[in-house]
Design a protein around this ligand. Structure first.
Ligand SMILES: Nc1nc2c(c(=O)[nH]1)N[C@H]1C(S)=C(S)[C@@H](COP(=O)(O)OP(=O)(O)OC[C@H]3O[C@@H](n4cnc5c(=O)[nH]c(N)nc54)[C@H](O)[C@@H]3O)O[C@H]1N2
Ligand SMILES: Nc1nc2c(c(=O)[nH]1)N[C@H]1C(S)=C(S)[C@@H](COP(=O)(O)OP(=O)(O)OC[C@H]3O[C@@H](n4cnc5c(=O)[nH]c(N)nc54)[C@H](O)[C@@H]3O)O[C@H]1N2
Ligand code: SF4
Ligand SMILES: [Mo]
Length: 799
């Protein structure tokens, strides 16, 4: 029986999502009325559009669905299906929608999914390349041929080069438990049965943070939940833009709004006047990218010289703040305080010093230090933007020092400078078995691993002293890091073009993306709307979703499980691969795990019908136990305390790797002499109109926010540029042609080209779509070997 379509409820339709999006968007640019105005516009007939839509939907069946891409959100979609066609996507509109029990409402991208599902450019059948790799010449083939060729190549490459020559590229397109692109999927299961594959550590999101933070916090390390924002009197966000990124879950900005209503002051430190700034902030502190640790040092100087810091907290819970609290055997002058006071290098880190580096006025730095020290509880946190830099490890480690110096840890409304954390719903995982290969490379270094053998000493590979082979085969399922999302797309393309290096690349996606262009065989994959699957999400609430199959797989699309099985059969390992379970059996098993951990988890049938299970919102206060009783609950660091000084880092004895969170000028940072040639720092923020490169080809979203480079009016004037002019952005690695958005919402000397646009080189190699990775570099960071993709110097001129 059909249910009442959400759209017939005029007042309820996406009101808050509308407000969220439009509040965020109005400050940015006028938003296309067709996107947001569906509840208010009047059609030519005189009928409000929503009524017309409602009539069109009459008789449609409502089915729970999911948005499974890798933004921080993961929301429920509600599909309206009529005669086998999805006629509309709505979202969660059930439940009290209170702070304790919020609706998991989708953003505009989720509501655009119909355009993605029915896009005319969907990959429709398997193809093989017939020209040079990357030439764009393809021939349609049968699934049989695709499976035969892939199985043959896999067998040949393993026999010839060993299992370590096979690699899965990072790929975060889909997070379904049965169709997972980045971890547990059937191809990994198959490879494990076949003897394994080269592993990786880290990711593109937060590699620098992940590698560095355990030196200070031990493991696990996780911040307080966004549900505690309303308990803070002050919220200080470093390079965090949840209004667009939803990194704290679908709900984090809601709790930010509650905090604001409760009178909390919200300060955002960001070179850009982001949508989070325009929507929530009381104060915007624009900063030069890569210099946050200098800002923290300048504030530490003010706190120390004015006696504002919490010495008792530092004495009790921290190692390395001052000379009195250092590990044994470390020479004098290595503590953080010595660094701040200039006792080790003769350079006191005064606000004047910090101002020179960060571009923030001296008085602002002083006042900010006093405000943070004088307001408790303070929720001090960072986004992932500050660490996707050449010195990202030490940017990440600097922010927590502010929490330590002000005692803002372990109390309700506080946060130790980390990302937000929160509870999650426990579920099962698709079983992939164990990988016999233990060698792991940094995820950012796969291009190097095609070119040469990597070593523990130079490249920090784990599990072995060196790799046994270069990478000879790549599986790229639901990811665009093969070309688009990895650095220096032009260089990567040239590397892959030479098929004597990486000999075989298998791709599976929904579209012919720039990465698919560099595969040898391309397989058409289903979307989440063509399968039954589950996803989960944490932060404040734990949430689990069930997405029902809405339509039959389009064209010749298949699932990854069908591919894994067919290959297993051809490779003669079907007996090991097949554990006799159907997809439904797995889903029931996952639900069983959830039921065992969450007593109120519904039955499988009920969950499948409702599509959503939420834990009640809980308030997680990070490190509460440790603060209450540090002796009984020591951290897993060597000292059991927060380590502002790390002896492990000290022992590395590398001048690029400090043992305390110093400001480290970095290659292509604001102090690089290369600035004379390329004077602008170019970052690439995550935009609300895409999830990375996913949705780049959606016309509705391009209409809402066209791909443009952000630039300050001063920099534009100096180059004779007007808003919307076509420009050339370039450095030694490449050139991008794109329109410019001239806006005071970014400081002079910095520009931002939103990451994720599809790399589209013209005949001369100039990217004409606006892909920032045309301009970024392969060089990994010194400690983490992670990605510095926000650290780039460029020049700009009129095209
Ligand atoms: N310069 C620069 N580069 C960056 C970043 C940056 O800030 N600056 N950010 C980095 C970060 S944080 C990340 S996480 C990575 C992300 O990089 P990727 O993991 O490559 O993410 P996407 O670009 O979204 O690519 C996902 C692909 O999966 C496909 N896909 C989506 N859904 C499905 C599905 O259901 N089935 C199949 N088969 N395919 C599907 C999409 O079409 C898309 O091609 O990029 C990194 N790259
Ligand atoms: N809509 C949307 N949401 C997403 C994604 C997406 O692509 N689109 N991607 C998802 C994924 S996988 C990830 S990892 C996260 C990424 O989330 P983040 O990494 O937090 O996102 P960014 O936009 O890279 O950076 C956040 C902010 O930091 C600022 N920033 C850059 N450099 C600096 C700096 O040196 N100092 C300071 N203080 N600020 C700086 C940027 O201007 C930006 O406003 O978002 C997730 N959510
Ligand atoms: S893109 Fe992210 S925030 Fe938007 S609907 Fe999908 S999961 Fe939710
Ligand atoms: Mo990410």
């Amino acid at each position: 029986m059909s249910k009442q379509p959400e759209l017939q409820n005029k007042t309820k339709i996406s009101r808050r999502a509308f407000v969220k999006w439009s509040a965020a968007a109005t400050a940015t640019a006028a938003i296309a009325p067709s996107l947001v105005g569906c509840s208010t516009q009047t059609q030519a007939s005189g009928e409000p559009a929503v009524v017309q839509a409602g009539q069109r939907l009459a008789g449609a069946e409502e089915k729970p669905s999911i948005c499974w891409h890798n933004c921080g959100g993961r929301c429920q979609l509600k599909a309206y299906v009529k005669d086998g066609v999805v006629v509309r996507f709505g979202t969660d509109n059930v439940g009290p929608d209170t702070p304790e029990d919020l609706q998991a409402r989708a953003c505009l991208k989720g509501r655009t999914q119909r355009q993605r599902l029915y896009h005319p450019d969907r990959l429709k059948y398997p193809m093989k390349r017939v020209g040079e790799r990357g030439s764009g010449e393809w021939a349609r083939i049968s699934w049989e041929e695709a499976f035969d060729t892939t199985a043959k190549e896999l067998r040949r490459i393993i026999d010839q080069y060993g299992n370590e020559s096979v690699y899965f590229n990072y790929a975060c397109g889909a997070y379904g438990l049965l169709n997972q692109t980045n971890s547990n999927n059937s191809l990994r299961r198959l490879l494990n049965i076949m003897g394994g594959y080269l592993q990786s550590y880290g990711n593109y999101s937060q590699a620098n943070y992940m590698y560095a933070v355990p030196y200070m916090f031990g493991n696990p390390y996780s911040g307080s939940s966004p549900t505690t924002f309303p308990d803070a009197k002050l919220i200080v966000m470093f390079g965090d833009n949840p209004a667009c990124t939803r990194v704290g879950g679908f709900n984090s900005t809601y709790y930010l709004k509650l905090a604001k209503q409760n009178g909390a002051r919200i300060i955002v430190i960001d070179p850009r006047h982001s949508d989070t700034v325009s929507t929530f902030a009381d104060q915007w502190i624009p900063i030069r990218p890569t210099t946050d640790s200098a800002l923290v040092a300048g504030m530490a100087y003010v706190m120390i010289s004015e006696g504002l810091h919490d010495q008792a907290f530092l004495d009790k819970y921290c190692l390395g703040f001052d000379e009195e609290h250092m590990p044994e055997g470390i020479p004098a002058g290595n503590s953080y305080k010595s660094y701040i006071l200039g006792e080790s290098d003769g350079k006191p880190k005064t606000p004047e010093w910090a101002s020179e580096i960060t571009g923030i006025p001296v008085e602002t730095i002083k006042q900010l230090a006093r405000d943070i020290a004088g307001t408790k509880p303070g929720f001090i946190l960072q986004g992932r933007g500050i660490q996707r830099h050449g010195n990202g490890e030490f940017q990440s480690l600097a922010v927590p020092v502010l929490s330590f110096m002000t005692g803002n840890v372990g109390i309700l409304g506080s946060n130790p400078g980390l990302y937000e954390g929160g509870p999650s719903v426990k579920t099962g995982n698709y079983p992939i078995g164990t990988n016999p290969i233990k060698t792991k490379i940094s995820i950012f270094m796969w291009t190097d691993a095609i070119e040469r053998i990597l070593t523990k000493e130079q490249d920090r590979i784990e599990g072995a002293d060196k790799t046994k082979s270069t990478i000879k085969m790549i599986i790229n399922y639901g990811g665009n890091t093969l070309i688009n999302q990895h650095s220096d797309s032009g260089r990567t393309a040239a590397l892959l073009k030479d098929d004597s290096k990486c000999e075989f690349i298998l791709g599976m996606d929904n579209f012919m993306t720039p990465s698919m262009q560099y595969c040898d065989i391309v397989l058409p994959g289903v979307t989440q709307f063509e399968v039954n699957d589950m996803i989960t999400r944490s932060m404040g609430h734990g949430v689990a979703y069930y997405g029902q199959k809405l339509v039959e797989p389009m064209f010749e699309c298949k699932t990854i499980n069908e591919v894994g099985r067919a290959l297993a059969e051809r490779l003669g390992v079907l007996a090991q691969f097949d554990d006799g379970k159907s997809e439904e059996d797995y889903l029931r098993e996952f639900v069983g795990v959830s039921q065992a951990s969450h007593p109120d988890f519904p039955s499988y049938e009920e969950f499948r019908e409702k599509g959503i299970y939420k834990t009640k919102a809980t308030k997680v206060v990070a490190y509460e136990k440790f603060i209450k009783d540090p002796e009984a609950n020591p951290l897993t660091t060597p000292s059991g305390k927060f380590e502002i000084f790390s002896k492990d880092l000290y022992d590395i004895q590398n001048p690029q790797i400090p043992a305390i969170p110093k400001y480290m000028p970095t290659e292509e940072g604001p102090e690089d002499p290369l600035k004379e040639k390329y004077p602008l720092q170019c970052i690439g923020h995550h935009t609300k109109r895409r999830v990375h490169s996913t949705f780049d080809n959606m016309p509705w979203l391009e209409e809402a926010e066209a791909q443009m480079l952000w630039m300050n009016p001063q920099d534009a004037a100096a180059r004779g540029l007007k808003d919307h002019d076509m420009i050339k952005v370039y450095n030694d690695r490449g050139t991008v042609k794109v329109k410019v958005k001239v806006t005071p919402r970014l400081i002079p000397g910095v520009c931002s080209l939103p990451q994720g646009a599809w790399y589209t080189p013209d005949q001369s190699g100039v990217d004409v779509r606006g892909c920032i990775n045309t301009l970024t570099k392969w060089t990994p960071n010194p400690l983490s070997k992670g990605n510095p993709q926000h650290t780039n110097l460029v020049q700009i001129e009129k095209a």
